[in-house]
Write a protein that binds this ligand. Sequence first.
Ligand code: NAD
Ligand code: ZN
Length: 369
Amino acid sequence: RPLRLPVSLASTRYDVVIGSDLISRAGALLAPVLPRKAAIIITDETVGALYLNRLEEALAQTGIATRSLIVPPGERSKNIDTYAGLVDSILKEGVERRTSIIALGGGVVGDLAGFVASTTLRGLPFVQIPTTLLSQVDSSVGGKTGINSRWGKNLIGAFHQPLCVLADVSALATLPRRELMAGYAEIVKAGLIGDPELFAWCEKNGAALLDQDPETLAEAVRQACAFKARVVAADEREEQKTDGRALLNLGHTFGHALEAELGYDGRLLHGEAVSIGLTLAFAVSVRLGACPQADLERVTRHLEGLNMPAHIRDLPYSFKVDDLMSHMLKDKKMQDGKLSFVLAHGIGQAFTTRDVPAQTVRDALVADG
Ligand code: NAD
Ligand code: ZN
């Protein structure tokens, strides 16, 4: 039986339904929440080839009429042209205001389809069916949608909460192990930010999770979504300057610098960059005397034990510290040589600060490379 995790926000409430074989049961699960029995499915070619027929048939079983739009897989589809093409096909065929948009795929499809839903006719109802671990534990919950600009990632977007999220852990069976590990990094991140029990759970169950045990996957998705839902509920539209949703960026400043340096060309997955970013955030915290060395060691030991990238030197690419620093300075306003960062007092105790000396960050990068 699927598990239901309620997400209660100021603006709305919805369920994240977590379990096995949910795509085959999508008709019964979605019929009660869709405003009318019509939906437009947006997916990518890879996920479409694997799961689109199954979803269309499941929806047809409860009389939900669908049409489907398919984009190429990968981050490159999160652009203005693909977005414009989708909106154009929807409008060309005509669309009723209460027709839902269903995102079937990973975070790329979720962000793109969500942005289509948020803007077409000033907002169509939206459902997420995330099919990567990253999208099940992170991107499908919280309502951020958007696309990339040539000036940077996720610069065009909107908040648009879904009516419902169906996290079908059976769909993860076809996900490459590297993608699974990348999603796992975001679960570890949730534990490190504010849920020490989740991190301890990861230490015990991480190996079984990466071996695709369905019960373990479902439990991880439940815990990570519950954590994210709590953070989002407290700061739905990222208005708090400190703590709140900003904490979800633990490890991401470093991660984004590594990703940007490789030009987002797919050599390094976002979650792999985050995995390294998490140890770097703890390393900086230790250098500043904010966090015990033992906690940094626990984080590193966990990631290394699962063969996750934990240090810059684990990657088969070389980086110049100056280049990484300039990427970080670009998305941060540096004041008096100090940077703002998410750091940690220990496992499960992240905090935001605007007081990190650039030199300490540089030293941590040099030591990690
Ligand atoms: P993705 O959507 O590109 O999926 C990764 C790859 O796996 C793709 O090639 C996809 O076709 C394939 N795939 C998906 N499901 C599969 C399955 N079940 N079996 C086999 N292959 C499958 O990438 P992602 O890691 O899911 O998401 C990354 C995106 O999410 C980024 O664009 C990032 O900005 C965004 N994101 C958004 C939020 C948010 O709050 N909105 C949060 C985190 C990340
Ligand atoms: Zn992330």
